[in-house]
Design a protein around this ligand. Structure first.
Ligand code: ADP
Ligand code: MG
Length: 739
């Protein structure tokens, strides 16, 4: 038989029937899939699993020593029970039980469970009469005895790999399959070029695979992980840098600045002067748009830093050059709000065809799913004819067959979740790929930016416009100091009496809401609520609003806003609030991004511990957008010094979004870091940690740039080209699945 390659289907290996289980239960189909199914952890011979730490209900694989075992007949029913007691190094014990009708059916097992022997046991932890146990676990003994069940060959080394397993494929079955495949594997072509391996002192692929699955020592294992993490980082960076280079050479319609056009008129009409940062970003954008290659730029800046004005100026440059732009917002509320504020900023410049329009004027259209048929028809007509220089809408805008006369620029607002795949869908939209500007107010830690947005140029707006007021943030401990909560409502009232407006934010909508309306906060494990165990449901908009109306906020004009309201109702509420016809808005996180009502100066966040750090930072950005100082009160029942309370204290202690983003990153689980849209990327990053491997990622990027500089199409590096292609395929497949 020929040596195996990564592409060989497992069915074509001598593994036999188990390949069906591997495919069905663990999604492992090829030799490559199996070899990239790295162990989840390693147990060390002589160091048994900490038994006291096991929780009831947990699926576990433990390494333990047999203390005693014996068969007895059952007391109340016919049949026999084999009970073995196993222990760890501290002496904590767990019982292992098997039941059988006939004695000889368990006697063979009793023989394998000899006192003093060590084995691996896999099953679900249950509790019986106060004792924790595993019933009918899968087990395998590690040291040779008189039975044929011992996996002596499999576990020759001191480190025992433990894999993510399934009910019918326990971890040691995977160990055996991996050994068979490794023995038959030819020398796999190494995707990392030899000079890079030497320069970075990385071991070769074959050795790395052997060591990650069958490590000789912790040191060699570390070397293997490091090398394989490089594979992941390098493939991602090569693919992103390659995209960036391709974009830089692919054609696009240049949209250079025009003298005496709409943009100039707009700049003259602005009621404020641009900040130095805005001017600088403006120059970057103006330059990018003028080149015959598509711009791919990320503009990040704190909430209120004035990104929208920058984007609008880019839009006007494109309109001056004869093109159109689309502005995508993540929600209909935000789309509607953008329309309002952009129309206000443009004034007569945005009312072409109307009585008071300016000569250079264009039109701004809105396309949303919930608008009336007539409004939609008109908007579509204006987009198709080119009359509308700017079309505002949600992402649906791009997929729902909206036609543009000449789409030159797409601006994606507040879309942290906008991935490579969405950018691809976009490129298919115009004849020549449009210029793309992605804006985000969520400061993105460098490694995430590099891994998710690594194909974009990045601009940052660091300062806030003059006259922007600071936001004071305080934690209100509702349980220890109930009087503080009363005081909070009184403060909110005072703000309203002084002519301002306020938000009350709740984690949940309420009513007969499905549980999924809970805010996507951080992992529940670290969000300690009132106490361990069952938490009361989070405070809900629909419950809180009437309580406030009849209680502390009686007499104020209160509106509610949440994701389940129909689009036009949401829009009406936002309009009323923006126009000052409402004093207080009780809302969910729909106010998180971009909502801009400068007269709103106070925000009370209820059950604030249910939100993530970055989310709270975003939320409070809604107040202090005008000239009056902002106030944000974080109400919580989390006890002092709990992790939840520490997160809130952190938010209260600084307004530095970047610091909070880094902190958020260290507190979140790795899987949450990339977010929803990047699940494809996440699946590919098995060993690489965006938290811990920042240096490696930066180095991989430098190496990728260096390599592609010499060999942009990777013609001299076929193994690397294949690795990158498979990464891209995986992500594309994932995107298509999600529709
Ligand atoms: P972002 O989108 O970054 O959160 P916006 O562009 O919505 O910020 O700007 C927030 C507010 O600040 C808007 O009302 C905008 O008109 C105003 N603004 C923008 N730039 C300036 C500036 N240079 N000076 C004063 N106000 C500004
Ligand atoms: Mg904005």
């Amino acid at each position: 038989m020929d040596a195996l390659t990564f592409a060989t289907p497992l069915k074509k290996t001598p593994l036999g029937k188990v390949t069906t289980l591997l495919a069905n239960e663990l999604d492992l189909h090829t030799v490559g899939d199996l070899l990239r199914h790295y162990p989840r952890r390693y147990d060390e011979r002589g160091h048994h699993t900490d038994i006291a730490g096991l929780a009831v209900g947990e699926e576990v694989t433990i390494l333990a020593r047999v203390k005693r075992a014996g068969v007895r007949s059952m007391q109340r029913k016919p049949g026999y029970v084999l009970e073995a007691v196993v222990s760890d190094d501290s002496g904590a014990t767990l019982s292992i039980t098997f039941f059988a009708q006939k004695r000889h059916n368990i006697e063979w097992r009793e023989r394998t469970l000899k006192e003093g022997r060590t084995g691996l046991f896999a099953g679900t932890v249950t509790e019986f009469r106060g004792k924790r146990q595993l019933t009918h676990p899968d087990c395998v003994m590690l040291d040779a005895g008189d039975d044929s069940d011992a996996a002596v060959d499999e576990f020759a080394g001191a480190l025992i790999p433990v894999y993510r397993a399934s009910r019918s494929v326990p971890t040691w079955t995977i160990t055996r399959c991996v050994r068979v495949v490794l023995d038959l594997l030819g020398t796999p072509p190494d995707p990392l070029p030899a000079h890079l391996r030497e320069g970075e002192r990385l071991i070769d692929l074959r050795t790395a695979l052997h060591e990650i699955h069958r490590p000789t020592s912790w040191e060699t294992l570390a070397g293997a992980r490091h090398r394989l993490a490089w594979d992941e980082a390098f493939a991602v960076q090569v693919s992103l840098v390659q995209r960036k280079l391709r974009a830089a050479t692919s054609p696009a319609v240049p949209r250079p600045r025009r003298e005496a056009g709409l943009l100039e008129a707009f700049d003259r009409s602005l009621p404020f002067t641009l900040t130095a940062g805005q001017t600088e970003v403006g120059a970057d954008l103006a330059h990018d748009l003028a080149t015959p290659h598509p711009m791919h730029r990320l503009l990040q800046g704190e909430v209120g830093s004035g990104k929208t004005v920058c984007a609008l100026r880019a839009v006007l440059q494109v309109v001056d050059a004869g093109g159109q732009a689309a502005l995508l917002a993540p929600t209909e509320v935000l789309a509607a709000q953008h329309l309002r504020s952009i129309r206000a900023l443009l004034g007569p410049l945005g009312r072409a065809g109307e009585l008071d329009s300016a000569d250079e004027a264009t039109r701004v259209a809105l396309v949303t799913g919930s608008q009336s048929a007539a409004a939609r028809r008109q908007a579509l007509a204006e987009a198709a004819s080119g009359e509308a220089g700017l079309v505002v809408g949600t992402h649906a805008l791009l997929y729902e067959g909206v036609d543009f006369a000449d789409l030159g620029l797409v601006v994606v607002d507040e879309q942290h979740r906008f991935g490579v795949e969405q950018r691809d869908a976009l490129r298919a939209k115009a004849d020549a790929p449009p210029h793309v500007l992605v804006m985000t107010a969520t400061p993105i830690p460098r490694t995430v930016a590099m891994t998710v947005f690594g194909d974009l140029e990045v601009s940052t707006l660091a300062e806030l416009p003059m006259g922007r007021s600071p936001i004071a943030t305080h934690v209100v401990p509702a349980t220890e100091k109930p009087a503080f909560l009363d005081r909070a409502w009184r403060r909110l009232r005072e703000e309203v009496e002084a002519g301002h407006q306020a938000y009350v934010v709740c984690p949940r909508i309420g009513g007969d809401a499905a549980p999924d309306d809970v805010a996507p906060g951080p992992a529940t494990a670290e969000t300690s609520g009132p106490g361990p165990g069952i938490r009361r449901p989070a405070v809900a908009v629909l419950d809180v609003a009437p309580l406030l109306t009849d209680g502390p906020l009686a007499g104020l004009r209160i509106g509610i806003l949440h994701g389940r309201l129909p689009g036009d109702e949401k829009d009406a509420v936002m309009r009323d609030f923006a126009a000052g016809r409402l004093d207080v808005l009780v809302a969910t996180t729909v106010v998180e991004v971009g909502v801009d009502v400068p007269n709103a100066t106070a925000m009370i966040v209820l059950d604030a511990d249910r939100f993530g750090i970055s989310q709270l930072h975003q939320l409070r950005g809604r107040v202090g957008r005008g000239s009056a100082a902002g106030l944000c009160l974080l109400v919580t029942e989390a006890p002092p010094a709990s992790p939840a309370r520490e997160r809130l204290d952190a938010v209260a202690s600084t307004l530095d979004g970047f610091r909070l983003a880094e902190l958020d990153l260290t507190l979140r689980r790795e899987g949450d870091v990339l977010g929803e849209a990047q699940s494809g990327r996440r699946r590919h990053l098995r060993l690489l940690s965006l938290l811990k491997d920042a240096d490696l990622i930066a180095q991989a990027r430098r190496r990728a740039i260096e390599l592609l500089d010499d060999d942009p199409e990777l013609t001299g590096h076929p193994a690397l080209a294949a690795a990158v292609a498979s990464l891209v395929d995986e992500e594309r497949a994932e995107f298509l699945e999600k529709g």
